[in-house]
Structure formats: C-alpha cells, structure tokens
Design a protein around this ligand. Structure first.
Ligand code: PLP
Length: 360
C-alpha cells in the first residue's frame, strides 16, 4: 500500500465534512400515529422515511456507506462509485456521489420503475440494466474493476456500515420519539428486508438496550430470506424474483442477520399492493409497496394481539412514497399485465374498516 498523500487525506477530510454537513442540515423523520378501526388498546405507528432528502430509508444507508468507504480509504477523488441496487439505494447514492463530485453508476434489474431511473439520472448518475436481480452483483463488480472504481456493495456492508449502538440511527430515533406515548416501549417493530440492514440495526439496538421489543420481518413472495431464516440456512437461493421493489432477494444477503429476528411472515404481493392503496387513502398521501408489505404484516400482528387480549404499541416503517410507483403498483393495467389480483385483499381491508376485525 503506498502512503496516502496529504492531498488525498485533505480530499477525504473535505468529503467527510460534506456528508456530515448534509446530516447536520437534515431533520429527523416523523413518527405518525395510524388510526385503526379496531383494537382500542393497541397503537400503530409509522416511521416516515420518505421525508429524507432522497425520499426513502436508503438515505440513511447511503450516508453510512459513503462514510464507511471514505473512512476506510476505499473512495478517493475521481473514484467511480458503482452499486448493485433495485433502485432506491442508487437514488440516494447518486445524491451523495454528486455531493462529493464523484461519477456514479447504478446496476439494476430492467424492471426497476422508470420514476427511480429518472431520479438517478437527475442526480447525475448513470443506469446500467441487467435482466434479473440475481445478475446485479457480478455485473457491478465487473464494471467497478474495469474502471478502477469502487463497488459499494450495500448487500454486504449495510449491516456493518451503520452504527447499531446509536448515533441517532433509526432504532434510537424510534425509541426517543416513542418516549411520551402511552406504550413507549413497542411490543413489536415490523420491517421488511432488502439488504436486511434495517432489521439488523433495530434488532441489535433492542438487545443492546435490553428492551423486550420483538422484531418481525415481513418478506414478499419470491424471496429467499423467509426460507433461509426458517431453516437456519445462509446458502438458500431462489430463481423467482421479488415484485415488491426494495425488498425480497434471490439469495440470503450477507447483511441479513437472522439471529436478531423474532418472527417472519410471508406477505402475498396482492396483499402488499392492496394495503399500499388502502393506507394511501387512509393517510391522504401515497406510500410505496414495501410499506404495504410492512403494514399488512403489522395489521395481522395487531389482530393476533387483540385476540390474545394484549395491549401495547407496534411500530413499522413508511419506506418510501407512492410517487415512485404511479406507473406500476398504482396502475390497474400494470396489475393485470403482471397477473396480480388485489380484490380479495381489498375486500378483507374493507371488512376491517367496517368491523375493526381482520379475517386472518
Ligand atoms: C431497501 C428498502 C427496504 C428494506 O430495507 P433494508 O434495510 O435494505 O433491509 C424497504 N423498502 C424500500 C422501498 C427499500 O428501498
């Protein structure tokens, strides 16, 4: 390893300052109360990660990945940053790459929503498409090697780039914002997994702080996570592809820490999308499909708590807003094209609205 030049160290120091200054200018994200039709003793909260400058929970991850790479000496002036992504991480990383004046290339499945592609390009990033989610890793590594660039590799580094003990990570923020609620320590926190980084951070924080809170991970159809967790295996791969952008992977990602997860639930895509639309109407603003996945699992959990006579609070995440999916999940013809019938779940939610009871 050659010695780092003073010039290089100065560039890194300036880059870290810019990322820190960006954090300093940002406010914390809101924790909304979701009014439920039933279950009077149980409160549901939604941590709104769509209000970050780049519109999703991936803003936190991109910030952590850039700081980790900068402080490790992996990124220098003029380094091309390359990432494998299903879209949201690439949007946030394109933002930070521009902040640092670095070229950025996103490697993504061709099915990625056009709204996300437009955002990445708007931030000055370039998009490179592959036909399936399983191909993104090797292609990103290849492009980075070819250009002497850096493959960010969120699926490996998400869990370790984030400061899980605190530093105002998402878990610490949730517990602080819950402090004045009637059930300040949540019975459950419900998340879904893309890198698995969010569930790892929340699960570790809960153990570190010795809270009794449990973590439920909601997994979409066609994802390897559920099978790997259930069987205690880290080498599970599936050939199917998740249709819920941002979550569900073809392999158990290295960042997925199964040991901190108390329960998992498989959520049908039709349920995710029906709940996304139901919640969007209820809140008077649109949410994305992975938020639908989270809330569907949370509603079922709350119904089980209600039947067991339990009271308490449940926290889940609003991962991104619906504007990114107007031409996909919010478009009825897209649903027909993809053979997704949300009617049965829309019916269940309608019944829930009317009676306060959710048929399990
Ligand atoms: C990445 C992502 C998730 C899951 O978060 P991880 O920390 O990567 O597991 C959920 N929803 C959306 C929209 C995402 O982009």
């Amino acid at each position: 390893m050659p010695q780092t030049s003073t010039e290089d160290r100065n560039w890194i120091a300036e880059a870290v300052r810019r990322v820190e200054a960006d954090t300093n200018r940002s406010a914390d994200t809101h924790l909304h109360v979701v009014n439920l039709p039933g279950a009077p003793g149980i409160d549901l909260y939604l941590k709104d990660e769509s209000v970050h400058p780049t519109g999703s929970l991936k803003h936190r991850l991109a910030r952590s990945l850039f700081l980790y790479a900068l402080c490790n000496g992996w990124i220098h002036r003029d380094t091309t940053v390359v990432e494998a992504s299903s879209g949201s991480t690439a949007v946030s990383e394109a933002y930070f790459a521009r902040l640092l004046g670095l070229p950025f290339i996103a490697v993504m499945p061709a099915s990625t929503s056009p709204e996300k592609v437009a955002l990445i390009e708007w931030y000055g990033g370039r998009c490179h498409f592959v036909s399936s989610a399983a191909e993104v890793y090797d292609e990103a590594r290849r492009i980075a090697a070819e250009r002497g660039g850096h493959y960010m590799d969120q699926f490996t580094y998400a869990e370790r780039a984030t400061d899980w003990r605190g530093n105002n990570n998402i878990a610490e923020s949730i517990f602080q914002q819950m402090a004045a609620e009637r059930h300040p320590v949540p019975s459950w926190i419900v998340v879904s997994a893309g890198t698995g980084g969010t569930s790892a951070t929340i699960g570790r924080y809960i153990r570190y702080r010795r809270h009794p809170t449990r973590v439920l991970v909601a997994d979409p159809e066609g994802s390897a996570f559920y099978h790997g967790w259930r069987d205690g295996a880290s080498d599970v791969t599936v050939t199917s592809q998740s249709r819920i952008e941002g979550i569900g992977r073809p392999r158990i990602e290295p960042s997925f820490v199964g040991g901190v997860i108390d329960d998992m639930e498989q959520v049908p895509d039709a349920a995710s999308i029906a709940t996304m639309r139901w919640l969007s109407e209820r809140m008077g603003r649109t949410v994305g499909a992975s938020t639908g996945t989270n809330v569907w699992a949370a509603l079922r959990l709350i119904e089980r708590m209600r039947r067991a006579g339990e009271q308490g609070s449940v926290v889940t995440l609003l991962c991104d807003a619906g504007e990114r999916y107007l031409s996909t999940y919010f478009d009825d013809s897209w649903l027909v094209e993809h053979d997704i019938d949300i009617a049965p779940y829309a019916q269940l939610l309608k019944g829930y609205d009317a009676t306060g009871r959710l048929r399990l």
